[in-house]
Design a protein around this ligand. Structure first.
Ligand SMILES: Cc1cc2nc3c(=O)[nH]c(=O)nc-3n(C[C@H](O)[C@H](O)[C@H](O)COP(=O)(O)OP(=O)(O)OC[C@H]3O[C@@H](n4cnc5c(N)ncnc54)[C@H](O)[C@@H]3O)c2cc1C
Ligand code: FES
Ligand code: FES
Length: 489
């Protein structure tokens, strides 16, 4: 713990404008159970309990260097302990006095956006958060906001019409959530006492370190603790596999893991940067990843899930490792005061085994800035959104005077770990930049991989689609080159 920091034995947060203090909190208590069972706020629904359906969507406000920021999250996989210092807003808080509906709710009623109603509170929360950001959202913006909200009966057309009509029913400035921003900010600032927080229920312990140095200290003392960042993987260990995660060390609140440093040659992402927090930097500096990024999970999960968690989880089908390996990323691991840097591709040792010692954590990820060359990222999944990849690929190719000088092709879903296609890469280097070269490289792919065979995709499908992506890469890149030449650029 940093010099002089204290230990607090209760979490403090604001729920629908009310100050809360709780000490009897276990590491795996979910926000959804707290809302529905303890607080009887049953407007928030439980559908899947795994972050997929969005019925449990609530908004969480937290203080950032830019001010109070609200985001939608899935209450079913968000742990209660992680809410220290936050404002939780549920569907019950959106309306006004005497049962007046909020503009979003009224628009949903008038545009017939609800039938059985089970998904409706979650959809209203997502549309409310969208309205706060865009008073007149476009259809694509509404679609992105609803990526994580499944409706089985209404059909999305009336919901989208409602989303676009909200502003006819009121202004965001007149909403009490807007008018009370200063009050809530003051309440949340008052909670910030620089303390480490330790709470427990029946020996089930949650620790929130005071800062990143304190995290290093806590993990040295508790090397086998479960690190919890956005809990979009760990949440399911609890709700689906009934796994015990105590002692759990929460890191999602640590500003020191949220830095985003744009340097001359590289960009360094703190280990706790969420997909949403990285989005603008990705769009600006790695534009070929922009669409890919929007296809990772849905809005709620992107607001919670971190790049560090995606890497540390070590899944062979995580979306960031292949594209970051293709860009030449490295990670910094820290244990106590000792840091080591290793190429990201070396972190993945075998299925379920990463090069990470007990008590070590991912402090940051450094990604080289893009030079010239050909870059692409592809995600193949059954659904366009809110789905895990069958195959994910990052491709980076440098060409000098028509000859390929460097090729990095990194795949997910093709082996037990995210992995480079060494034989396919070798088949490209020194060869002309041409369709024939790419097809020859694709033909080498069976030398590199024996793909996974599971309910997402068969091994044969994975191999075929991965090989076909070489042709897609060629077609897209050569068309883009032709376009640039036609424009005289
Ligand atoms: C509905 C849904 C859809 C999803 N869709 C996708 C998808 O499209 N693509 C995809 O790749 N993933 C997807 N995921 C998985 C998940 O969202 C990602 O893997 C996410 O990046 C995990 O980050 P997190 O912060 O939530 O990690 P957590 O769940 O908090 O942790 C994951 C693992 O990383 C460890 N960990 C976390 N932070 C650190 C750290 N700093 N140092 C060391 N260890 C750490 C934890 O101990 C744990 O082992 C989805 C999940 C859900 C629920
Ligand atoms: S209950 Fe389905 S996402 Fe939470
Ligand atoms: S209204 Fe029934 S699930 Fe959406």
């Amino acid at each position: 713990m940093t010099q002089g920091a204290k230990v607090r034995t209760e979490i403090r947060f604001v729920l629908n404008g009310r100050q809360m203090r709780l000490s009897d909190v276990g590491a795996d208590d979910t926000l959804l159970d707290f809302l529905r069972i303890d607080q009887r706020l049953t407007g928030t629904k439980e559908g899947c309990a795994e972050g997929d359906c969005g019925a449990c969507t609530v908004m969480v406000g937290r203080l950032t260097p830019e001010g109070l920021r609200y985001e939608v999250v899935n209450a079913c996989i968000r742990f209660l302990a992680s809410l220290d210092g936050c404002h939780v807003v549920t569907i019950e808080y959106l309306g006004g006095p005497n049962g007046r509906l909020s503009p979003v709710q009224q628009a949903m009623v008038d545009h017939h956006g609800s039938q059985c109603g089970f998904c409706t509170p979650g959809i209203v929360m997502s549309l409310y958060a969208l309205w706060m950001e865009h008073e007149r959202p476009s259809v694509p913006q509404v679609e992105v906001a609803l990526q994580g909200n499944l409706c089985r009966c209404t059909g999305y057309a009336p919901i989208i019409r409602a989303a676009q009509a909200v502003t006819e029913y009121g202004t965001t400035t007149a909403e009490h959530l807007t008018m009370e921003r200063d009050t809530v900010t003051t309440m949340l600032q008052a909670v910030r006492d620089g303390a480490r927080v330790e709470v427990a229920k029946e020996g089930n312990r949650a620790i929130l370190p005071a800062d990143v140095d304190d995290l290093a200290v806590v993990l040295e003392a508790e090397p086998n603790a479960t690190i919890v960042a956005g809990s979009t993987d760990v949440g399911l260990w609890v709700t689906k596999f009934l796994k015990r995660i105590s002692p759990a060390v929460f890191v999602g609140h640590l500003e020191g893991l949220k830095s985003l440093e744009v340097q001359q040659d590289a960009i360094t992402f703190g280990g706790g940067v969420t997909y949403t927090e990285a989005q603008d930097v990705i769009a600006q500096y790695y534009p070929h990843l922009s669409d890919y990024w929007d296809r990772i999970a849905g809005w709620q999960v992107r607001n919670m899930g971190t790049i560090g968690g995606n890497i540390a989880n070590g899944s062979p089908i995580g979306d960031t490792p292949p594209v970051l390996i293709a860009l030449g990323a490295s990670i910094t691991l820290r244990k106590g005061d000792v840091r080591r840097v290793l190429p990201l591709e070396d972190f993945f040792v075998a299925y379920g085994k990463q090069d990470r010692a007990d008590g070590e954590f991912v402090e940051s990820i450094t990604v080289p800035r893009i030079r010239d060359g050909h870059h692409a990222a592809y995600k193949i999944s059954k659904r366009r959104e809110e789905d895990i990849s069958s195959v994910a690929v990052g491709m980076a190719v440098q060409v000098d005077a028509g000859v390929i000088s460097e090729a990095v092709l990194a795949f997910g879903g093709m082996a037990a770990t995210p992995k480079r296609a060494a034989a396919a890469e070798a088949a490209m280097i020194g060869q002309p930049w041409s369709e024939a070269t790419l097809l020859a490289a694709a033909a080498k792919l069976p030398d590199d991989f024996q793909p996974l065979d599971d309910m997402r995709a068969s091994a044969a499908y994975r191999m075929t689609v991965a090989q076909n992506l070489f042709q897609r890469f060629w077609l897209e890149q050569s068309r883009a080159e032709a376009q640039l030449m036609a424009e005289g650029l």
